[in-house]
Structures are given as C-alpha cells and as structure tokens.
Design a protein around this ligand. Sequence first.
Ligand SMILES: [Zn+2]
Ligand SMILES: [Zn+2]
Length: 165
Amino acid sequence: MVLDLHSLIFSPGKSVEFDYLPDLRSLTFEGVEGFLEPLRAVGRVWNEASVLHLSAELTARLRCVCARCLTPLEKAVELPVEVVLTDREEDADDVEIIAFSGDEIDLDDLLVSAFVLSLDPVFLCKEDCLGLCPRCGKNLNDGPCGCGPEPDPRLALLRQLLEND
Ligand SMILES: [Zn+2]
Ligand SMILES: [Zn+2]
C-alpha cells in the first residue's frame, strides 16, 4: 500500500490512518506453514511540528512446526512499529528513521520488513524440546524410546581392536 504523504507534509497536526493487510504472497518464511490470521497493519502517520511520525501495530497468527520435533504450533505475532519518516538527512538517538523520497512511501516495504526481522529464526514447541530420536523417529518429549544411548564410536573401535587380537 502506497501512502500519499503530500498533504501531510505541509499540514502540521494532520494525520492519516491505515488498517490493511500487507501483501506477503511473494515471501516464504522458514518454519512457517501458513497464516491462521493474515498479517494486519493498523496505525497512523501524523505530522507533529513538521516531522512525520508513523505508529503501527502488526498482528498475525502463524501456523508453524517445531524445528526439532515437528509438532504443529500456533504463534501469535503482536509487533509495535514506531518510526520517523524523513526526506532529509537526519539523525536521532531514540527512534528509528526511515527515509523516503518524493511525496509517497510504500508502507508494505516498511512494515513487511519489520515483520520479517521480528520473526524467530527457528520455532520450538518449548525451549528444551528433546526432538525426535535419530534412529526410531519417536518424539522424545513423550518419553524415552528404548533405543538406548548412542554407542560411543571410540569404544566401538576399541572393542573391534580387542576382538581382532
Ligand atoms: Zn518440539
Ligand atoms: Zn529411538
């Protein structure tokens, strides 16, 4: 969604609201199987003392799988975004500055990248998920599988040497 900033730039005190679903169709996300609720962006851009501020809340509900045990998961995203929009060279310490040129800004670029950066690199059903047994494939969170510990390759080598003696 492209937001026309022209009328805002010259009108201190004015604000423009938005509430829409950014387009994510061209993107795939590692570990995300789909969206139970689409990404929604609700917020506004306003002119305060000739500075443009953007404040938005991003929400979505994702269907993912645990990276270790492959259990399906649901993950709710609630991400606040606060930035200052500028068409000048500017520095600020406490707030992120987004540059734009011309009279408009593509909200998708801004909001979708904030959403992508906020996603966990891996999804886990719990921090200490035990994953699947590499031999029988049982979910070890449900209890031990009976395969026993992995034999130590050094011991196996020693046993082989002793047997050959
Ligand atoms: Zn898991
Ligand atoms: Zn096993």
